[in-house]
Design a protein around this ligand. Sequence first.
Ligand code: PRP
Ligand code: URA
Length: 209
Amino acid sequence: MGKLVVVDHPLIQHKVTMMRDKNTNTKDFKQLLDEISLLLAYEATKDLPLMDVEVETPICKTKSKMLSGRSVGVVPILRAGLGMVNGITTLIPNAKVGHIGLYRDPETHLPVEYYCKLPLDAEKRLIIIVDPMLATGGSAVAAIQFLKDRGCKDIRMMNLIAAPEGVAAVRKAHPEVDIYVAALDERLNENAYIVPGLGDAGDRIFGTK
Ligand code: PRP
Ligand code: URA
């Protein structure tokens, strides 16, 4: 079974609280999401392989470590997932970014696909799917399946806030996928919104409501 990692560093908890606050404006909301995404990516890439290299410091030659070339692909689920890309690519500038367009049908809450464009070599990369909200899990389960259908084998999920229902759905459909979240909330409400959550992440990132 894949890991569920709740990255509850005090700085992350503080920033999540600021994001939950309905009075936080779009500019601050986006900035906080950037910062938390960087910190989550730090945790989600903890096991990237290293190799020994020789480096010459101003003092002497020495053996040191560098990443061994395992390349990373970041795949935001449009549209809210876009808000997590900047933070990750600040940390991993060579990561390639693919996009999967999904929206939840407002009546059925089921995901509808409208776009998919991945790096050509996506199947060779460690793929990190990003989306601030893991609610019913429908979008995440579908996105992981798209990536598997295109040959990706090493897939991780990164969310800002998850509901237990969403975690259970991903684990049932894709048990091997590790999930990294900043907060695990209580439940979903009757509209499939996360409680207490932060409302509609896409609207808060893009100022559309
Ligand atoms: C939100 C969110 C996830 C999805 C989560 O997107 O960003 O993609 O809902 O819900 P689920 O786990 O029940 O599938 P939304 O459909 O609101 O689209 P948007 O990102 O374009 O605002
Ligand atoms: N999508 C959101 O943006 N927020 C939720 O709480 C659930 C789904």
